[in-house]
Every structure is written in C-alpha cells, then in structure tokens.
Ligand binder design. Structure first.
Ligand code: AHR
Length: 333
C-alpha cells in the first residue's frame, strides 16, 4: 500500500509510469485506439461492486467523466469478488484497451494480473483503493488517505464526546469494512493510532467485526453487538451505509441512536447527512467518491507520456451534527 515513505519514492514511480505510458503509446498505433491518431482512448474500468451509496456515486462519477472526456469506457462490476475483477482485467488486456483503471476489492493477490498488464504494455491506474504489490506495476493511485480518515474519526469523536457531555469509559463498537480492503485496514489503523496515543485509559474497542460496507451487514452485526455487549456507548462505522443499518438495529433494541449510542461514520453520502440532520449520527468524516474527473485527467496524461504523482489525494472535510442541516442541500452525492 502507499504510505508516506513510499510516497517519497515518487520520482522512481514516475519514471516507471512514464515508461509504461511510452510503451503503451507505441502499442496504440497497432490497436488503433489511441488519441495520437485522433481516435478515442479506450479505458477499461473494473469497479468493486455496488455495496454502498458511496460506490454508486463513484460509478456515476466515472461514467459521466469518461463521457465528458470523450473516452470509450468498458465498465464492469465485480460484485465485491476479487476473481471477477481479475477476469475483467484479463479481458481488458485481451481487448488491448489503452489504459486499465480499477478499484481493488482487497489489497493482496494482484501481482500476477498486474504483471500480465505490464507485459501487454497497458498502464494501470488504481482508483479509490490501494494494493500491496510491486509499485512498478501501477502508475498511480487516485484516492483518499484512509489512515488519515481513521485518525480524523478519532479526533472528531473527541468533539462528539465533549458536545454530548460524556463522562466515564468510552466503550466502542467498530463496524469494519470488507475484510482485507484498504479502507477497512487503514481506517481501523488510523483510529487505533490516536486511541492508543491519547485515550489509552478511557477508550476501549469492546467489539469489532466486518459489516462488509453494506447496510444489511451493519444492521445484522450491530444487532449481535448489542446482544453481546449492551454497554456499548459509541459506534465507529467505517462507512455511512453500515452506520445506517446499525441505526435500525439500535432502534429495534429500544435505544436512541445519536444519544444512547454516539455514532461516527465515514463517507458523507446524502442518506448519512439526512440521518445526521435527524440527530441519529453525531459526526461524519468525508470520503469523496467523485473521482471521475481526476481519473480522466490522469488517463490523458498517461497516454500523453506525461509524468503523474504516485498518489493523487482527494480533498475532504469533517462534519459535526450541527452542520448537517446547512450542508445537506449542497451535498453532491
Ligand atoms: O473504498 C471506499 C469505501 O468503499 C467507501 O467508504 C465505502 O462506502 C465503499 O464501499
């Protein structure tokens, strides 16, 4: 995965990236799909699935931006399965697309297919999620800093506890994203980093389990949490959808979300903001899904043989409950 250390090795990566781009360009003339001949760029994009509101907004953004850029987009939905993504990538290689972009469902297991893309001289751009792989096998990552989102979630929880006038032990239930996915690993890591450094004595994660980034998963796992640990007073959900599912379980258990159980989620989709404006979510750490325009810019640069940064990060904000009503009308997703 990309971290601060390997971000500093950008120069090496950029050389690799431009090498890939240059190779792909040569190949384009024979495929007849490059802009060099005034023809459209063909982009093969493999999406994780349609597990959340964030994901739908991300898909819409990629499709709209590809149209706007005038690219031919080959799109596939992997339904949260790595084997489907690998098949999609292999099919894009066989079709000799100009650039492959994908949002990897999990961080491991990509080396072989990425080597196939490299051997076919097709540059690969990661969007949204990173991989644990040889960094010379992909050009760049366009997406968020998930570890920092985890840190931001812990810092905003401090504010939430203060605003609620909370006294005593903080017993946290954590709803994790898909097991092995970069946002699940890194959002947990960033949160724990702040918790261990600043709240060792008063905060404890009493239960933690995956809800697979889905509303149904969040509801089911939260119901089980409440049975096993009725003293939970905080929920940290790795995305809004799991938080929204958990709210249903909390209400079904006769408790008030946002009061009896303080809730911090990540994403900032409209439904999350609606729940926050109703007082059911206390704070949201934004993770911006509107990556399409940045992705298309990168694809163009790669095809033009320009250098790109190793990690193109997304700008994001944090929101407390009292900002929800004002922010809601201008939310774009
Ligand atoms: O990779 C981004 C995460 O994936 C979003 O936070 C979540 O909602 C989605 O499913």
């Amino acid at each position: 995965m990309l971290n601060r250390r390997n971000f500093l090795t950008a120069a090496v990566g950029v050389v690799a990236a431009s090498g890939l781009a240059a190779c792909a360009k040569e190949d384009d003339s024979s495929t007849g799909t490059s802009t060099s001949g005034g023809k459209k760029i063909t982009l093969g994009f493999s999406q994780v699935g349609s597990e959340s509101g964030w994901r739908s907004a991300n898909t819409d953004s990629v499709k709209a931006a590809a149209k706007e850029a005038g690219y031919t987009l080959k799109f596939s939905d992997a339904q949260q399965k790595q084997e489907n993504q690998i098949s999609a990538l292999r099919s894009y290689i066989a079709q000799k697309v100009d650039v492959i972009a994908f949002s990897p469902v999990v961080v491991t297991g990509w080396d072989a297919i990425l080597k196939e893309a490299k051997a076919a001289k097709i540059p690969v751009v990661l969007t949204d999620r990173s991989v644990e792989s040889d960094e010379s096998l992909f050009v760049t990552l366009v997406g968020s800093d998930f570890t920092d989102e985890g840190r931001r979630a812990a810092k905003i929880l401090e504010k939430v506890l203060e605003t609620a006038g909370h006294k005593g032990k903080v017993k946290i239930a954590q709803l994790e994203g898909t097991t092995g996915a970069a946002p699940a690993i890194e959002r947990a890591k960033g949160f724990k980093e702040i918790m261990d450094a600043e709240h060792k004595d008063d905060w404890e994660i009493v239960v933690t389990q995956t809800g697979d980034f889905t509303r149904a998963g969040g509801k089911q796992v939260m119901a089980a949490f409440l049975q096993s640990d009725p003293d939970i007073n905080v929920l940290y959900a790795h995305n809004d959808d799991m938080g929204l599912g958990a709210i249903q379980a909390i209400e079904a258990a006769g408790k008030k979300p946002g009061k009896d159980i303080l809730i911090v989620t990540v994403d900032g989709v409209k439904d999350g903001f609606i729940a926050m404006s109703e007082g059911k979510i206390n704070a949201i750490v934004e993770c911006n899904p509107l990556l399409g325009p940045q992705l298309m810019e990168v694809v163009q640069k790669v095809k033009d043989g320009e250098t790109v940064e190793r990690w193109i990060k997304t700008e994001e904000s944090d929101f407390m409950q009292d900002q929800a009503k004002d922010a809601l009308p201008t939310r774009k997703y």
